[in-house]
Design a binder for this molecule. Structure first.
Ligand code: NAI
Length: 327
């Protein structure tokens, strides 16, 4: 029988974990014929809750689920991991400054990066979901010198999917009619959803909408959707975040469709003026298990200004974690 793929999920007892684990176990992360083994990492206080979720996973009798291990030790959780989904993070609490937030998360993502470096499988692929996702990925990566930088990514797929959906509603077309959507920069309110390269029925999306809508409705709606969900639901997006994580990893393994691309935050090689080493969102394709940045797009002044602003925020976050000795 085929060796199961080991998938480690951190923050397994959290709300994204609850929406994510069942979809992984049912075969949606990698493909419907690939057996998986789950490794759940939680903090000691939440191990019991993770055990409860594991009981429910058992009760689904998923044909592809070949085992579940629950631990509070990153060295155990990442042992032999082929896929690592870093979901658990420390949320910003009232009165917490950005520096405190970065420091608290550095204390999580540094050791997890090291555990991945020392124990994960040679083909490990890492997706950071926990916020601030891009910079947490930067921290994890900097503690994993033996793992290729290309294996560390952060999630902007939820923003990408939100952009597809907002545009589809506006134009009254199915989302499948939209190709080449891009989220640039940081997974934060500075992110830039780009309609100047997106295509709808072969036409440039920015030419099908008026500029005021693009500038004053589309960009802020996508960038601030997370806050709008919290306001409406009384809790942050969980099922849609889990869905985006599934999309990200599925495409990473299985490739993006010909004639289309997606968005992912990956370690910059300097493309589009994004400083090398920053974990920034780009238009990307995947072939054979590696992301590649789509090259040669023309960036006009409108887009340039917005990409630069988001990248500037990433530079500042990098400086802050450097000053704290976290990278
Ligand atoms: P949650 O608070 O429900 O769950 C987080 C879980 O992580 C908790 O069970 C907690 O015990 C656990 N955890 C904390 N420290 C840990 C550690 N060191 N090791 C293992 N587990 C640890 O939060 P939720 O809603 O599941 O969100 C998780 C993260 O995802 C948050 O940081 C959130 O901001 C982020 N997020 C990112 C999105 C993106 O698009 N990139 C979208 C939505 C959420």
């Amino acid at each position: 029988p085929e060796t199961p793929v080991k998938v480690t999920v951190t923050g397994a007892a959290g709300q994204i974990g609850y929406a994510l684990l069942f979809r992984i176990a049912s075969g949606q992360l990698l493909g419907s014929d690939i057996p998986v083994e789950l490794r759940l990492l939680e903090i000691p206080q939440a191990v019991k809750a993770a055990e409860g979720t594991a009981m429910e996973l058992d009760d689904c009798a998923f044909p592809l689920l070949r085992g579940i291990e629950i631990t509070d030790d990153p060295n155990v959780a990442f042992d032999g991991a082929n896929v690592a989904l870093l979901v658990g993070a420390l949320p910003r609490k009232a009165g917490m400054e950005r520096k405190d937030l970065l420091e608290a998360n550095g204390g999580i993502f540094g050791p997890q990066g090291k555990a991945i470096n020392d124990h994960a499988a040679d083909d490990v692929r890492v997706l950071v979901v926990g916020n601030p996702a891009n910079t947490n990925a930067l921290i994890a990566r900097s503690h994993a010198p033996d793992v290729p930088a290309s294996r560390f990514t952060a999630m902007t797929r939820l923003d990408h999917n939100r952009a597809l959906s907002q545009l589809a509603k506006k134009l009254d077309v199915p989302v499948t009619d939209i190709k080449k959507m891009t989220i640039w920069g940081n997974h934060s309110s500075t992110q830039y959803p780009d309609l100047f390269h997106a295509e709808v029925g072969g036409k440039i999306a920015a030419e099908l909408v008026d500029e005021t809508w693009l500038r004053e409705t589309f960009i802020p709606t996508v960038a601030q959707r997370g806050a709008a969900i919290i306001q409406a639901r009384g809790a942050s997006s969980a099922a849609s975040a889990a869905n985006a994580a599934i999309d990200h990893v599925y495409d990473w393994y299985n490739g993006t469709a010909a004639g289309d691309w997606t968005s992912a935050a990956i370690v910059s090689d300097g493309s589009y003026g994004v400083p090398e080493g920053l974990v920034s969102s780009f238009p990307v394709t995947s072939r054979g298990g590696d992301w590649e940045i789509v090259q040669g797009l023309e960036i006009d002044a409108f887009s340039r200004e917005r990409i630069d602003a988001s990248v500037q925020e990433l530079i500042e976050e990098r400086e802050a974690v450097r000053a704290l000795g976290l990278i």
